[in-house]
Ligand binder design. Structure first.
Ligand SMILES: C[S@@+](CC[C@H](N)C(=O)[O-])C[C@H]1O[C@@H](n2cnc3c(N)ncnc32)[C@H](O)[C@@H]1O
Length: 215
């Protein structure tokens, strides 16, 4: 099984517990980055990638004009739909981030939280090309993902330069890509296809974030 498929299966299995295990029940809407995301997408038609149970969807929906929230796992989308059934400006769709089949174009914003680190390095450009094809010029894009944590020392490299973490759920081990890009790597990847690129590290939260406009 490819690493991409293994991540999909891992999160499919985790879906019923994901919201609680992520501490989202206690955080409802009060994440330290919530205001920043609400401002970034104020008034925009937003495409969200890998929405999971919709924690960030709910936050961004407060100010966005509309959100189409996508995730490859039906099990995740089911949880998100149930939680956000009364949020009028959100729609959900099951879709793979690398192909975004059946996703229309014409969005003015896009974001994804806790997704970038799971991409094999070899598929990042393909993902960005597909994502940007759905966006209008001047769209604002943001990604936020994890910095190296205490577990990072246990991750092992594969033969393609990806770092692999081992995770166990329901008595089965999964090999999960966990690449932590440096600021330089992100800038090298994004600079040729973006403008007004801003990168920030938030060590207290264990997160990095990048935002930019597309050309
Ligand atoms: C760590 S969770 C993040 C969920 C949510 N964004 C959050 O911040 O809580 C990673 C998500 O990526 C989704 N995912 C994994 N592979 C994917 C793919 N190829 N395309 C779209 N979503 C994918 C999983 O189903 C899971 O919901």
């Amino acid at each position: 099984m490819s690493h991409v498929d293994e991540i999909i299966e891992y999160y499919d299995t985790l879906a019923p517990q994901y919201h609680r295990k992520s501490g989202y029940n206690d955080l409802s809407g009060t994440h330290s980055h919530a205001d920043r995301f609400r401002k970034l997408f104020n008034g925009r038609d937003v495409l969200e990638i890998a929405c999971g149970t919709g924690y960030w969807t709910e936050i961004v929906a407060k100010t966005a004009k509309s959100i189409l929230a996508t995730d490859v796992n039906r099990s995740m989308v089911k949880q998100a739909k149930k939680r956000l059934s009364e949020v009028y400006n959100v729609e959900f769709k099951v879709s793979n981030a690398y192909s975004l089949v059946e996703i229309p174009s014409g969005f003015s914003g896009a974001f994804s939280v806790l997704w970038w680190c799971f991409m094999p390095k070899s598929r990042i450009k393909e993902f960005l090309k597909t994502l940007h094809s759905k966006l209008k010029p001047d769209s604002r894009v943001s990604f936020m993902c994890q910095l190296a944590d205490s577990d990072a020392g246990n991750h092992l490299p594969d033969s393609n330069g990806n770092m692999i973490a081992r995770r166990m759920i329901n008595n089965r081990y999964y090999s999960i890509i966990k690449n932590i890009p440096s600021e330089e790597e992100l800038r090298n990847t994004l600079a040729p296809i973006s403008t007004d690129l801003k990168y920030s590290k938030y060590p207290v939260d264990g997160l990095w974030s990048v935002s930019y406009s597309i050309l």
